[in-house]
Design a protein around this ligand. Sequence first.
Ligand SMILES: [Zn+2]
Length: 235
Amino acid sequence: MSRSFSRYLKACADVFFPRLCVVCGTRLALDEQQLCAACLHQLPLVRFASLTENPMADRFVGLFPLVRASSCFHYQKGATVNRILFDLKYHDNPQVGYVLGRFMARLLLRQDFFDTVDVILPVPLSRTRRWQRGYNQSEWLARGVADVTGLPVCKDAVRRVRNNPSQTRLDRLGRMENVDSVFALTARSGLLSGKHILLVDDVFTTGATMLSLCDTLYALPGVRFSILTLAWAGA
Ligand SMILES: [Zn+2]
C-alpha cells in the first residue's frame, strides 16, 4: 500500500472515529498520536543533570551499582498531565505508553542515556494485576523505548510474586535482608548475568518497587542498573 493511500485511509478513519488528545481532549491531527503537539510540548519535563544532582539516583547510592537514572515528567496531584498516567493504567489505553516510550527515548538518546545498556526490563506486574488490566503498562513503555534504541526487551527473567513492597522494605534493604521479596528470579534469569539492565516503570514515588527489583536481580553476578520512569512523583 502506498504511503499517500495509507494517509488517505487514516484521514477517512479520523472522520468517522476522531482520535482525541488524552490530555486536553482536542481532536488530533493526522500526524499526532495520543497527545496533541501543544500538550506534548507542555509536559513538565524532568531534567536530572547528573547522578550527583539526581534525587532519583540518591535512593540507590551505596546499595546497588547504578549507572543512570531519569524520568520524563513531573507528577503532581491534580495536574492535567496526570491524565496520561490514568489513561495508561486504568483506561485500557496501552498505546499511550508506546508513544511516550518513544518520546522518552528520543529525548534521552541525545544525552547518551542508553550507552552501554544491554537489555530493557519492564517492571513486572503480578499475574492477578496483569489479568485484571489486560496488559502491563511498563511493557508498553519499554516497547516504545526499544523501538527507538534497538535494544532487546526481557520479560521472562523475573516475576512479581506480591503486589507491593512492605512499608518497612526500604529500611530492610539497607541491611540487605533477603525477606519479603516482591520479585523472584525465573529459570531464564541467568541470561542477565553480567549485563547492564535498564529497568522501566510508569511512576517513581518512593522507589520501593525499583529497590526491591534491584535487590532480587543483584543476586545475579556482574549486573549493573539504569532506571527510567515516565513520571517522577518524588520530592
Ligand atoms: Zn492536547
